[in-house]
Design a protein around this ligand. Structure first.
Ligand code: NAD
Length: 330
């Protein structure tokens, strides 16, 4: 490798970090992205590839080493006892085949995959004590989130009391249904207010509003998909855990499916790529998880994400929507 290669990589890494930091700020803090997710993802992967090629250029403040956003002032901070992680990404079938190979190198045990819709909202944590909702928080930067308990209480599908007096922490996605998003933007346009680029940003702005009455107007909803603290619960697999969440009265997404092979997983991603426009909420991909908890434990985590899960992201259809919506707003 020549010095010139290294110097030009260093400059490009610097430029990419500056750009990605700006985009993250607009997306996570302002809830108003200026570029489509696919564009962000492309630059992010260029940065990750350069850092892999030139490990000396990796630094702890790089966007590749961080999770999510910043905490808004005005909200009480909540420390997540178990960090709320991100997910690695896959963009095509060969990425999924590589994922399958990596897992099979890490375990000899037989296992299955569970596929879930990747709901395009923001991650939240709900804490129950003796069956009562005591706290809700955003993911924030993964370690520290915002206390949004009063806001989550306005989401009608979130049970304030579980069907069993368990002390558990459940995590999932808070989102805005497409119909509510269209209605909200129509109203905002009529009132001469800035419109939201997409339902995800409208949901984030609604949930992270200091006035819970404003949150209530957004008609937000949730799908819960993971357990942060099992409390009295025991489960052997993701499928088992989700079924038990259903029994507690917690809303989960029922389009999940279990498969034995990565080829079947790929077919499922393609099926929902077709169906996504018919769903009443936005999805931006499919999350694929090793189903059996024993195998998940063996496969483990990186600092940023579980090794036993990956998010397959749909191709850039949404890019057009976002760009069109932004143009439409000017
Ligand atoms: P991610 O969106 O790639 O995936 C992780 C998240 O998926 C989880 O945190 C969870 O919130 C969500 N999720 C939804 N359904 C799930 C399910 N069934 N099981 C598990 N998780 C589920 O990662 P991220 O860290 O939340 O966000 C990074 C992404 O945000 C980028 O890839 C990019 O697309 C977007 N982004 C866009 C901009 C922009 O300017 N357009 C800026 C920053 C980030």
């Amino acid at each position: 490798m020549s010095t010139q290669d290294f110097e030009s990589a260093k400059q490009r890494v610097f430029d990419l970090r500056t750009l990605l930091d700006q985009y993250s700020y607009e997306y996570y803090v302002k809830d108003a992205p200026s570029v489509a997710d696919a564009e962000y993802d492309k630059l992010y992967h260029e940065l990750a590839a350069l850092e892999e090629k030139f490990p000396n250029l990796v630094s702890s403040d790089s966007p590749t080493q961080r999770i999510g956003g910043t905490i808004l002032p005005g909200f009480e901070k909540v420390i997540h006892e178990a960090p709320m992680l991100s997910l690695g990404n896959a963009f095509d079938e060969s990425d999924l085949i590589d994922f399958d190979r990596r897992i099979k190198k890490l375990t000899d045990k037989p296992f299955s995959y569970i596929c879930e819709l990747k709901i395009d909202g923001l991650a939240v944590s709900l804490k129950y004590e003796d069956g009562k909702l005591v706290r809700a928080a955003t993911r924030g930067d993964g370690t520290v989130g915002e206390n949004v308990t009063q806001n989550i209480r306005t989401v009608k599908s979130v049970p304030l009391r579980l069907k069993k007096p368990y002390s558990i922490e459940v995590r999932g996605e808070c989102y805005m249904p497409k119909a509510s998003f269209i209605k909200l933007n129509q109203e905002r346009e009529e009132n001469g207010e800035a419109i939201f680029a997409n339902p995800r940003n409208a949901a984030a702005g609604g949930l992270r509003n200091l006035d819970p009455k404003e949150t209530a107007k957004r008609n937000l909803n949730t799908f819960l998909y993971t357990i942060g603290d099992f409390g009295e619960m025991t489960a052997v697999s993701q499928e088992d855990a989700l079924r038990q969440l259903d029994e507690l009265g917690i809303r989960t997404n029922h389009d999940r499916r279990v498969f034995q092979t990565i080829e079947e997983v790929w077919a499922y991603t393609q099926e929902f790529q077709e169906k996504r426009t018919d769903l009443p909420y936005e999805i931006d991909g499919i999350v694929i998880k090793v189903n059996e908890f024993e195998v998940q434990e063996e496969v483990g985590f990186t600092v940023k994400a579980p090794r036993w899960a990956i998010a397959y992201k749909f191709p850039a259809e949404e890019a057009h929507t976002v760009i069109r919506d932004i143009e439409w707003s000017v």
